[in-house]
Design a protein around this ligand. Structure first.
Ligand SMILES: Cc1cc2nc3c(=O)[nH]c(=O)nc-3n(C[C@H](O)[C@H](O)[C@H](O)COP(=O)(O)OP(=O)(O)OC[C@H]3O[C@@H](n4cnc5c(N)ncnc54)[C@H](O)[C@@H]3O)c2cc1C
Length: 583
């Protein structure tokens, strides 16, 4: 068994116990859980691992303090429990971050209520420091006076500011890399994970009026081949697209999805780069955004706009909304953010449980404008497991809703259900996911700093700059040794790629060990390049040049791939970048 993700498409002809549709965090966690319990497991992802909602998050493993406003105490408690479990399992890919919730005279909810919420949040995380090393310990929240707050966050509007509550949540530094680490754990446990294979329909037979699912018909989007993949039970973990997958059954399952668009922007660092705290910036309009210091910049969002479209794009209005919200919480000393300050945007679709009661609350000004009447801002972030046997479809489950933070728990629950139903009687191993580290983790529940320092030193020794060494150690964990080996053999592979901190050796690891098959896979989800700045054309060309021989691309194919990637990135930008007049 290996932690290498190899895209073993030929193995899809085997018979599996569990077949998972969707390689977001939910599907990957189900695959890891099932394979670790000894089940023969396959996962099909139509694009790349983490290319859906899971790489477009606000980057927090968190309890979700604002869900307390909806009295969603169960979701908050579960999330706080998971926050600890995920952090202990990958200390090099997370960081405890202090959040500031400023309180202005006009704040809604009013300051005493904000304080009560912060205290309840703290009480619900009573087990937060169990087994935690010093670097992951979370202190109790505290009140910061106005002057103390402005010292920490000088860009905040001082007018009417009373002070602020300081509490902690966990930054998921690079969600796409943590997801990849779980995918590698699943592969190490024996799962067959294949990206760029889209599920088109279900295969099976009719038995006394029921449809007995026996697997799926899928298309290899790289090779163009159609394939049938068979399994005892199929888990539909297609996130915001579970209903689209179910629609191919051609019969009603009663499962719907409420979708909401969530956009973030990456800008120059507010406060000039000295601010270390994330800020829960709630404007007088009632709207809020989280302003996170990230990779030397400010990562700001999200929006929450109900949509009916399942594949939306970022619109100028989304960016406007974020900029207006944050600008209205800023002091006169900080120049307002404009479109010119926005380097890039991210977009994700929240998969929410369809709730017929969740119609628009006209008094809720925190939500963004709706186009279908659903109040997705107030909608619960809970998850639900749908067993389709209720509607005459056997051997099929779907997973609705949920959060990145709770995906591990959802997966554990899902596999428990499979063990109790379709896979009852199949021998399984014990697997304690709660104390299992993600692939690449040096040690469960240990302090990352000494490991990161030693890893970075070994990378500097072979020629990486200190900035690149620190980044590579974080991104790859114990796999940084692969980079050390590659660069020892060919020192030119220590060359940096654009200003991101990535180095050329990472491109080789991405293709050989991490199943990257397109330029977007490499740029957006293996390296940090695509997430930290606009990507220069020269960098795309250089990456293609390194990857082409490994991917079997000849010169003309390489040029086609470069053109396609340049066009794709330009199209993404063109949806929201507006003329200077608007900016
Ligand atoms: C803006 C925003 C911010 C968020 N911030 C946070 C946060 O800070 N913390 C947190 O805990 N949660 C956050 N969330 C929620 C969290 O991101 C999602 O709940 C989670 O990522 C959903 O994961 P998933 O695997 O269910 O869905 P996805 O990540 O969307 O994965 C589903 C996968 O299924 C694949 N798929 C679809 N159809 C097919 C098919 N036919 N065949 C094969 N594959 C298919 C897709 O390509 C996709 O990769 C945020 C969500 C949004 C939108």
């Amino acid at each position: 068994m290996t932690a290498r993700l190899e895209r073993p498409i030929e193995r899809l002809s085997e018979l599996f116990d569990v077949l998972v549709i969707g390689g977001g965090i939910t599907g990957v966690c189900v695959a890891r859980e099932a394979a670790s319990r000894g089940l023969r497991t396959a996962l099909l992802e139509r694009d790349d691992f983490g290319s859906g909602t899971s790489s477009a998050t606000t980057k927090y493993i968190h309890g979700g303090i604002r869900y307390l406003e909806q009295y969603d105490v169960a979701v908050v408690r579960e999330s706080l429990r998971e926050r600890r479990i995920l952090a202990l399992g990958a200390p090099h890919l997370v960081e405890q971050t202090q959040f500031i919730m400023p309180a202005w005279r006009w704040s809604k909810p009013p300051t005493p209520l904000l304080g009560a919420g912060v205290l309840l949040y703290d009480a619900l995380s009573f087990d937060r420091n169990v087994a935690a090393p010093d670097s992951l310990r979370i202190p109790h929240p505290k009140w910061l006076s106005k002057s103390a707050l402005l010292k920490r966050v000088p860009w905040l509007d001082a007018d009417g500011l009373q002070g602020g509550f300081a509490y902690h949540d966990t930054l998921n530094l690079h969600p796409e890399r943590l997801l990849l680490a779980y995918a590698q754990s699943a592969a190490a446990a024996g799962a067959v994970l294949v990206n760029h294979v889209a599920v088109d329909s279900f295969i099976g037979r009719d038995v006394s009026g029921d449809f007995l699912v026996e697997g799926v018909r899928a298309t290899d989007r790289l090779g163009g081949r159609s394939l049938d993949v068979r399994a005892r039970v199929v888990v539909n973990a297609a996130g915001p697209w579970i209903d689209k997958v179910l629609a191919t059954l051609g019969r009603s399952t009663g499962v719907g999805v409420d979708r909401s668009k969530g956009v973030h922007v990456l800008t120059r660092p507010l406060g000039g780069g000295v601010v270390r705290d994330a800020v829960f910036a709630r404007a007088q309009s009632g709207r809020h955004v989280i302003v996170s210091p990230w990779m030397g910049k400010s990562f700001i969002g999200p929006t929450d706009t109900p949509i009916t479209d399942s594949d939306p794009t970022v619109a100028p209005d989304d960016v406007d909304l974020i900029l207006d919200t944050v600008n209205s919480t800023m002091s006169g000393g900080e120049a307002p953010l404009t479109f010119d300050d926005v380097e890039l945007t991210t977009i994700g679709v929240r998969p929410l449980i369809k709730d017929s009661d969740a119609t628009v609350d006209p008094t809720n000004s925190a939500k963004d404008s709706a186009d279908d009447g659903a109040d997705t801002y107030s909608a619960s972030r809970r998850h639900e497991l749908y067993h389709h046997v209720d509607r005459g479809v056997r051997n099929l489950w779907s997973i609705g809703g949920g959060k990145w933070t709770t995906a591990r728990a959802t997966a554990e629950e899902m596999v428990d259900e499979l063990a109790a139903h379709e896979l009852n009687g199949i021998p399984m191993r014990e697997f304690d996911t709660r104390s299992a580290a993600a692939h690449g983790t040096f040690a469960w529940a240990d302090d990352a700093e000494p490991f990161l320092a030693a890893a970075a030193a070994s990378l500097v020794e072979v020629g990486l700059s200190p900035q690149s060494a620190e980044l590579v150690a974080r991104l790859h964990g114990t796999d940084h040794r692969k980079i050390v080996e590659l660069v020892s053999d060919d020192p030119a592979l220590a060359s940096p790629i654009a200003g991101s901190g990535d180095v050329e050796a990472q491109v080789i690891v991405a293709v050989v060990d991490e199943a990257a098959r397109t330029l977007a896979d490499i740029i957006d989800r293996r390296l940090v390049l695509g997430t930290v700045s606009r990507v220069p054309e020269a960098a795309i060309r250089r990456i293609a040049h390194i990857a082409a021989p490994l991917l079997g691309w000849d010169e003309s194919r390489r040029d086609l791939e470069i053109r396609a990637e340049l066009d794709r990135r330009a199209a993404l930008d063109s949806h929201w970048r507006v003329s200077p007049a608007r900016a």
